[in-house]
Design a protein. Structure first.
Length: 343
């Protein structure tokens, strides 16, 4: 199993980002879950539009943040990219290979390049399996190495994520939440992937542990040249770890920009409302800044509004917002917004 030095990985990641080397290309991605009726003969009467037409790229070596309210489709987006959910419409290309049409052996082969870190470290580890078996399972599924080689790889992975290899024969219930998440990270690294979807990897952890896991992810990225889709709702942490940020609302991306550009110059009303809720460590600034309080409830993804999805809660909506869906357009270099009021 070949490897590159940390300095080589960092240099390659920076060069790829500068070149605009696209690793994952998403176009028109939709994932609708059917709503059925009938006790015997099930028929589809409606659909939950969890993901409803996404267009974005993920560059090699970067961390793209995906933020938004609970239920906006963030996790479904990550799982659909990895084909854990099969897309209703649209395309997902990984290094030029179309994933939505792959099946069987072809898809299994591509899964070696793409892994996921799940949100809940308590539910994502099989309680009946030892840590050694959990981390080695991807290697076993793909038929990589002998028993002895897999065991050695498990020990290396546990050390890499900051755990004592001596613990390999213990069970998940013997570990804390932070340690379990490190085990999940080790499992995700077992096949030497290039792309990892981190699905709210710190939201179930104590605040004191969150920084440790985030620092681990950043160290691994620098060391191995990884690319992340970092799904989260902690906007302060997203600003710390992500190169670019995409803001989702009701299944659609409403704004996408470089992290500092988005945080200092948010253009979409929803993004402005989200960022106004982030605490500021300066007491004077915190006391004088204005919060944007959104009125109304999040509409149902089974029956989204006509026109702009945000029109029922938008403080600056005009007539066109209730008739015509805005396109995601590039307002400034690298800054994309879907809003009729932004020109």
């Amino acid at each position: 199993m070949g490897s590159i030095t940390p300095s080589e990985a960092v240099q390659e990641s920076r060069s790829a980002r500068a070149r605009g080397d696209v690793l994952v290309k998403v176009r028109g991605l939709k994932k609708h879950f059917p709503i059925t009726s009938g006790l015997i003969f099930q028929r589809e009467v409606a659909a939950v539009k969890a993901v409803d037409g996404l267009d974005f790229d993920i560059y090699r070596g970067e961390t793209l943040g995906l933020v938004g309210e609970s239920g906006c489709g963030k996790s479904t987006t990550g799982r659909t990219i990895l084909q854990l959910h099969r897309a209703t419409e649209g395309t997902v290309e990984y290094e030029g290979t179309e994933l939505t049409t792959l099946k069987g052996r072809g898809l299994r082969h591509m899964r070696r390049e793409m892994q996921i870190i799940f949100q809940d470290p308590y539910a994502s580890l099989n309680p009946r399996m030892t840590i050694s078996r959990i981390v080695a399972e991807p290697l076993l599924v793909h038929g990589i190495g002998t028993d002895k080689e897999r065991q050695k790889k498990v020990e290396e992975l546990l050390e890499r994520v900051g755990l004592n290899p001596y613990f390999a024969n213990r069970y998940p219930h013997e570990f804390s939440g932070g340690q379990r998440q490190r085990i999940g990270v080790a499992r995700a690294l077992a096949l030497n992937p290039s792309f990892i979807v981190a699905d709210e990897p710190i939201s179930a952890l104590d605040v004191s542990i969150q920084a440790q896991v985030v620092n681990l992810l950043q160290d691994l990225q620098d060391e191995l040249g990884l690319t992340y889709l970092f799904i989260a709702h902690d906007l302060s942490m997203v600003r710390h770890i992500c190169d670019r940020v995409a803001v989702m609302y009701l299944g659609k991306i409403v704004e996408l920009a470089e992290t500092e550009e988005l945080y200092t110059n948010p253009l979409h009303p929803y993004t402005q409302a989200l960022l106004s809720a982030v605490p500021v460590p300066d007491p004077e600034v915190e006391a004088n800044r204005q919060r944007i309080i959104l009125k109304g409830e999040l509409p149902s993804p089974a029956n989204p509004p006509v026109g702009c999805n945000f029109n029922t809660r938008c403080p600056v909506a005009v007539d066109v917002c209730f008739d015509l869906e805005p396109e995601l357009i590039e307002i400034q270099p690298g800054h994309w917004v879907a809003c009729h009021r932004v020109t």
